[in-house]
Design a protein around this ligand. Structure first.
Ligand code: CA
Ligand code: CA
Length: 341
């Protein structure tokens, strides 16, 4: 009796829930909440932090699409930053067989234009949450940012109707190669004492490459493509170094000077695997701006003592003036108060 009543009540609550759901569905409340993700044609990954002289792949991806029968896009990239090495259709983005109607790769203008459609009428459209339809391989050849701009995009269904979508651009940013003075544990140091050992570490250098590293007297006119070893007063080097796949110096920090001498210096890392050897160019790194327009300096201890003494003198003078001004203003207040009464 109790069991059947419970069952009855259970059935009743189920019925109520169903009724509520039906009401919500017809009123559009539930339907409204289950928002379909937008259909996109997009660059993936959207942003890439890159180093010079390395290969990168970006995909053109279509997301949340139903009955996709054909696609089309144009893409612009910066040809001074990126060298296009290949462009190809990815399998699985459309039902096969397919016809390719446009396959333009215009490297002179940094431009791609492709259009592909499933071959009528043998197969139908394809539905998926996300799939790469295309892949592009670039080699990075200059520092800076290249937009990857998608436009003239078209997605169509098996009835030859346009599928509403948004196009999402991407970009590749190529960082500037760096070399930096450091101590033996790799901490950046820009001020050394005579006889100190000077070390160097690198970042975003051309990967899997050989470099020659020089310590030169502080040079203030570094100009890419113009400055050569002839312009520089070489103090130490060349020190041979190699880089790993991520653009760091193998075994860094590496010792570049076993006994530092007083002076202001720059570090020049000249890539031997790309660019022009002996000339400062985009594949090279310089350390030249950390302190007083030099990459590092070596200062005798007596000079350090002088600087400290001078700093203390200035501090003492500052305190004296502050004290004097405060006394003066107190005197003025007293004087004014005296006048007022
Ligand atoms: Ca060079
Ligand atoms: Ca430095």
């Amino acid at each position: 009796m109790l069991a059947s009543r419970l069952r009855y009540r259970g059935n009743a609550s189920s019925a109520i829930v169903l009724l509520l759901m039906a009401t919500l569905l017809t009123s559009g409340m539930l339907v409204g909440k289950v928002k379909a993700d937008p259909t996109q044609i997009r660059v993936q990954p959207a942003t890439t932090q890159a180093i010079l002289n390395k290969d990168y792949i970006v995909y053109i991806e279509v997301t949340n699409v139903a009955d996709l029968y054909g696609w089309q896009f144009d893409l612009d990239y910066n040809k001074t930053v990126l060298d296009l090495t290949s462009a190809s259709i990815d399998a699985g983005g459309l039902n096969t067989p397919t016809n390719t109607f446009a396959s333009l790769t215009d490297e002179a203008n940094g431009h791609l234009s492709w259009a592909v459609v499933t071959r009528y009428p043998t197969v139908t459209g394809i539905t998926y949450a996300g799939h790469a339809i295309f892949e592009i391989h670039f080699t990075t050849i200059e520092t800076g940012t290249s937009a990857l701009h998608l436009y003239e995009t078209l997605l169509s269904d098996s009835q030859a109707r346009a599928i509403s979508h948004t196009a999402v651009d991407g970009s590749i940013t190529v960082g500037v190669p760096e070399v930096e003075s450091s101590n033996s544990t790799g901490d950046t140091v820009n001020q050394f004492k005579p006889d100190d050992k000077v070390y160097a570490k690198g970042n975003r250098l051309s990967p899997s490459s050989s470099y020659k590293i020089y310590i030169v007297k502080d040079y203030t006119a570094w100009t890419k493509g113009t400055t050569t070893l002839d312009d520089l007063d070489i103090i130490e080097g060349p020190i041979d170094a190699t880089t790993n796949t991520t653009g760091h110096i193998v075994g860094q920090p590496i010792e570049i000077w076993d006994r530092a001498e007083p002076g202001d210096y720059d570090i020049f890392a000249d890539c031997q695997s790309a660019g022009t050897t002996g000339t400062y160019d985009t594949y090279d790194a310089i350390d030249n701006l950390d302190v007083s327009n030099a990459g590092f300096f070596v200062i005798p201890e007596y000079a350090l003592g002088t600087i400290l003494a001078l700093a203390m003198c200035f501090a003492a003078v500052g305190i004296f003036w502050k004290f004097k001004r405060r006394n003066h203003s107190q005197y003025e207040i007293r004087a004014n108060y005296g006048k007022g009464s």
